[in-house]
Design a protein around this ligand. Structure first.
Ligand code: FES
Ligand code: FE2
Length: 412
C-alpha cells in the first residue's frame, strides 16, 4: 500500500477496540487534570524507600497530584506521612527535599517541624506542639490541640517502599492493591532489608503513560542492543506477560547472558536472597510505577506527572543493606552500566518516549497508537498495555480508543 492520504491516515485501524488508543489520552489537558482527580488522588503511590529515612526525625518531601507531602520517621521508628501544608496560612512547612528534624531550625526547636512563616511547630505524629503567642491572639477560640497536620494513610511494604495515598477511603491495603503482582520477587526483596544506593531523576517531554507503556512492553528490545545480544534466545521468547487485578502486570523471568556483551560479566554472585542467578523480573503497577529486579540490583521508577506532556521520573537503585563495601561497589557498577544516566539501556528508553512525546503534544492531531500484538501472552504480546488501558478506562470512565466516549469493556 502506498503512503496514506489524510483520510486514510486518520481512519480507524483494522484492529478491535482495546487494541489501539487515541493519542489524545497522552496530550489532552482536560484528560490530564481528570487523571489527577480520578486516579492519582485515589490510589497508593510508592513515594520513596524507608532507607532514605534511616534515623528517627529523618524526613523526605514528595508530592502526589500536586499536593505536597512530607514523610517522617518518628522517635518510635514509625514512618508517617502528612500533607506538607501549615494549618495556619497554608505555607509549605518544609521546603528541603530531605533532611532531619533532630537539630533545631533557625526559628524552631529540635525534634519538631517548624513552619518558618509564623513559627508554629509540629511533632513527628503531626500534633501541633506550639502556636506562637497563642493565648494573646486566639484567647480560647483556637487551641493547638485542634491544629494538627493533615495525616495521610501510609504503609511500608514490598521491600521497604513507603506507600502513601491521599484517599482516606481507599478500599484496599497495599497488599490487596498489588493483588499478587509482587509474589514473583517477594522473597528476594523481603528476606532482608534493602537500601537505596542510586537516585536520579529525569524530566521528560512526554505523557507519563508513555513511560509506563515502554516499561510494559518488551517488543522495543529491538532498540536495546545490549538486550538483543544478551537476551534474544529461546528462553527470552518463552517468557509470558501476566496480568493481575487493578491494572498491574508482571513479566516472567529468564536467564540473561551478561557475558555475551563485551566488557560485561555474570551477575550470579550478587543475586538477591533466594533469587536464581542472572534472572530478570519486571513488575508494572498501575498507574505508573515499575519494579525491575535484574541480576544484582533492584530498580524502581516512580512517575510524577507534571503536565499532559511532561513527566518527572525518579529512578532508584537498591541493593542489600548488609552489602560489604566491595559488593556494594559491584552492584552499583552493574546497576549503572545498564540503568545509570550513562548506562547501556536507560537513555535509549528515554529517547524512545521523548520521540513519542514530540509527536503527541497538546493540540497535536489525534492519531492511533497501536497496542494490538497478540502472541498468546508471550513476551512481545502487548497485553501489558491493553490490561493497563482497560483499567485506565474504568477509573476515567472514558474509552481509551475514543476518549470522548464513556468506557465500555473491550476484550484484552
Ligand atoms: S503559615 Fe505556618 S505558621 Fe503561619
Ligand atoms: Fe527499554
Amino acid at each position: 500500500m502506498p503512503a496514506r492520504n489524510h483520510k486514510q491516515w486518520t481512519s480507524p485501524p483494522s484492529l478491535k477496540a482495546g487494541e489501539w488508543v487515541d493519542s489524545r489520552i497522552y496530550s489532552d489537558p482536560d484528560i490530564f487534570e481528570e487523571e489527577q482527580e480520578k486516579i492519582f488522588k485515589k490510589v497508593w503511590i510508592p513515594v520513596c524507600h524507608e532507607s532514605e529515612l534511616p534515623e528517627p526525625y529523618d524526613f523526605r518531601t514528595v508530592s502526589i497530584a500536586r499536593e505536597p507531602i512530607i514523610v517522617v520517621r518518628g522517635p518510635d521508628n514509625e514512618v508517617r506521612a502528612f500533607l506538607n501544608v501549615c494549618p495556619h496560612r497554608g505555607m509549605m512547612i518544609e521546603r528541603r527535599p530531605s533532611g532531619s528534624f533532630a537539630p533545631a531550625q533557625p526559628s524552631g526547636n529540635p525534634k519538631h517541624m517548624t513552619c518558618m512563616f509564623h513559627a508554629w511547630q509540629f511533632d513527628m505524629k503531626g500534633n501541633c506542639a506550639y502556636i506562637s503567642r497563642e493565648e494573646e491572639g486566639y484567647q480560647d477560640r483556637i487551641k493547638k490541640e485542634d491544629q494538627g497536620l493533615r495525616r495521610l494513610r501510609c504503609e511500608v511494604k514490598f521491600g521497604g517502599f513507603i506507600w502513601v495515598t491521599l484517599n482516606d477511603q481507599v478500599e484496599t491495603t497495599v497488599e490487596e492493591w498489588a493483588d499478587g503482582a509482587f509474589d514473583c520477587i517477594r522473597e528476594a526483596i523481603d528476606t532482608e532489608p534493602l537500601q537505596v544506593f542510586h537516585y536520579h531523576k529525569a524530566i521528560i517531554g512526554c505523557n507519563y503513560k508513555l513511560w509506563h507503556d515502554t516499561n510494559s512492553e518488551f517488543y522495543h528490545d529491538y532498540m536495546h542492543y545490549h538486550n538483543r545480544v544478551t537476551g534474544f534466545n529461546d528462553e527470552y521468547f518463552a517468557r509470558k506477560n501476566i496480568a493481575f487485578g487493578n491494572g498491574h502486570v508482571n513479566v516472567n523471568s529468564f536467564e540473561v547472558k551478561y557475558d555475551q556483551y563485551e566488557g560485561f560479566e555474570s551477575r550470579a554472585e550478587l543475586s538477591f536472597p533466594t533469587f536464581p542467578p542472572n534472572q530478570w523480573y519486571m513488575i508494572d503497577m498501575f498507574p505508573g510505577m515499575n519494579f525491575n529486579l535484574r541480576g544484582s540490583a533492584l530498580r524502581c521508577d516512580v512517575m510524577t506527572p507534571l503536565g499532559p506532556d511532561k513527566v518527572m521520573i525518579e529512578f532508584r537503585g537498591l541493593g542489600l543493606k548488609s552489602d560489604s563495601a566491595e559488593d556494594r561497589q559491584h552492584r552499583i557498577e552493574h546497576h549503572n552500566s545498564i540503568w545509570g544516566p550513562f548506562g547501556r539501556n536507560l537513555h535509549e528508553d528515554l529517547i524512545g518516549v521523548a520521540g513519542q512525546g514530540a509527536t503527541m503534544q497538546t493540540g497535536s492531531e489525534p492519531r492511533r497508537i497501536l497496542h494490538g500484538r497478540h502472541e498468546d501472552n508471550f513476551i512481545h504480546d502487548e497485553v501489558g498495555m491493553r490490561h493497563f488501558y482497560a483499567e485506565w478506562g474504568k477509573w476515567m470512565d472514558r474509552m481509551p480508543s475514543d476518549p470522548m466516549k464513556k468506557y465500555m469493556a473491550a476484550a484484552e
